[in-house]
Design a protein around this ligand. Structure first.
Ligand SMILES: [Zn+2]
Length: 398
């Protein structure tokens, strides 16, 4: 029960596929009709733009606008500018300032209003590939959303993360690349804590601390799947691991359930045959139904390249290695805090399906538990958690 709730909470992707109960649909129709009728009386008819969020990642800037349903817009990009026109849009004083975001791609923003159209002109550093789509509300976002992506033309993301190895191949072979995946990011806040802290910030803090420790270790090098507050698709996280020839894949998360008493750390490993418990199976199901803001990501199953690799490697050995790594990390985590589960749990998260690479997902603690949440936000405690994971990695290699 709790596990099902957790499932929903943990998985921010809420594809809008649940059908509305018929009575609701009827009710909605009534309201739409009513508002259409009233529209003529109180001729406001405007599409309110409630809020703006901008997310900068190494490969794109994502603009998210909270809107009313059925927003009518057009988007055009050329000559170092992106022009977004929205029909009958109404800006709010309290969020207006947020429009003037600047980063490496957006230099300046002009706002022009005429009778029927709001024109937002973003002066940009270069010309970008543009992608736009709308999303319906979900359990995390109560408004409809208009998403515009400004994407770099030459996708350098995966390649750029591979630091050219100037060392001889002999040295190269002995350097262990540890992929550190800070869960969630950007529009995907992850779980929300008892006192409203967001999982995405905690995972990034611990991820960065862990990367730093690893980079100070001789013969090891850390690569992060994200370095800031932006979203990275789940399959992309796997590709980053592959492109970097990672020897381990460690995904950092914080757990959440409705029952606030639940606390402590747990570790998940990939299982080829699916989850070992009902919960793991549910989790797997939800995590594998991956929707990136409404766009379905390519699952490994449908990916010829990944599929081929999956066939080629020894699954059994990788399972054993992931289990071993999971045990080592849990043992260390148990020394600094409470364990929610004393053995590694099996689940088939997409993010863990990294061919060849022993992979674990560490649920550092329960963000839904007030005490755990406090720990997760405390820098000293984060250091302890980081160190436990780090020591677990060293133990694994011993
Ligand atoms: Zn998470």
């Amino acid at each position: 029960m709790h596990q099902l709730i957790k499932n929903l909470k943990h998985n921010f992707f809420q594809p809008n596929k649940e059908a509305k109960p018929p009575y609701l649909a009827g009710k909605m129709r009534f309201f739409i009709l009513l508002s259409l009728l009233l529209g003529h009386v109180y001729a406001d008819n405007k599409t309110t733009l409630f809020d703006f969020r901008f997310w900068t990642s190494p490969e794109r800037t994502r603009i998210v606008i909270d809107t009313e349903p059925n927003v009518r817009f057009s988007i055009n990009g050329q000559k170092n500018q992106v022009v977004l026109k929205i029909k009958n849009a109404k800006l709010l004083n309290r969020t207006y300032k947020k429009l003037f975001y600047q980063d490496q791609r957006i230099r300046k923003t002009h706002v022009k209003r005429d009778k029927n159209t709001l024109t937002l002109t973003f002066k940009t550093a270069k010309n970008y590939h543009l992608k736009s789509y709308t999303l319906k509300p979900n359990n995390r976002y109560r408004h409809h959303r208009l998403v515009v992506d400004l994407m770099d033309k030459k996708s350098t993301t995966i390649k750029s993360r591979v630091t050219p190895n100037k060392q001889s191949s002999k040295v190269k072979n002995t350097t262990k690349i540890i992929l550190i995946d800070a869960g969630h990011g950007g529009e995907d806040s992850g779980a929300i804590g008892y006192r409203h802290s967001k999982e995405k910030y905690i995972t990034l803090k611990i991820g960065k601390k862990l990367a730093k420790k690893i980079n100070q270790t001789l013969g090891m090098k850390a690569v992060l799947t994200r370095r800031g507050d932006y979203y990275v698709g789940l399959t992309k996280r796997i590709r980053i691991a592959q492109a970097n020839h990672a020897s381990l894949f460690i995904s950092i998360h914080a757990d959440s359930v409705k029952r606030i008493g639940a606390r402590g750390a747990s570790v998940y490993t990939l299982s080829e045959r699916g989850g070992s418990t009902k919960f793991a199976r549910d989790l797997e199901k939800s995590q594998n139904t991956v929707y990136q803001f409404g766009t379905s990501e390519t699952l490994i199953k449908d990916d010829q390249y990944l599929n081929k690799i999956l066939w080629d490697f020894s699954r059994k050995d990788r399972d054993i290695q992931s289990q071993k790594l999971g045990f080592k990390i849990l043992k260390r985590m148990g020394k600094i805090g409470y364990l929610h589960k004393k053995t590694p749990q099996k689940a088939g998260f997409v993010v863990l399906k990294t061919p060849f690479i022993p992979s674990v997902l560490v649920e550092t603690a329960f963000i839904s538990n007030p005490e755990d949440e406090k720990r997760l936000n405390n820098s000293k405690q984060q250091d302890k958690i980081t160190n436990a994971i780090y020591q677990g990695i060293l133990d694994y290699y011993k």
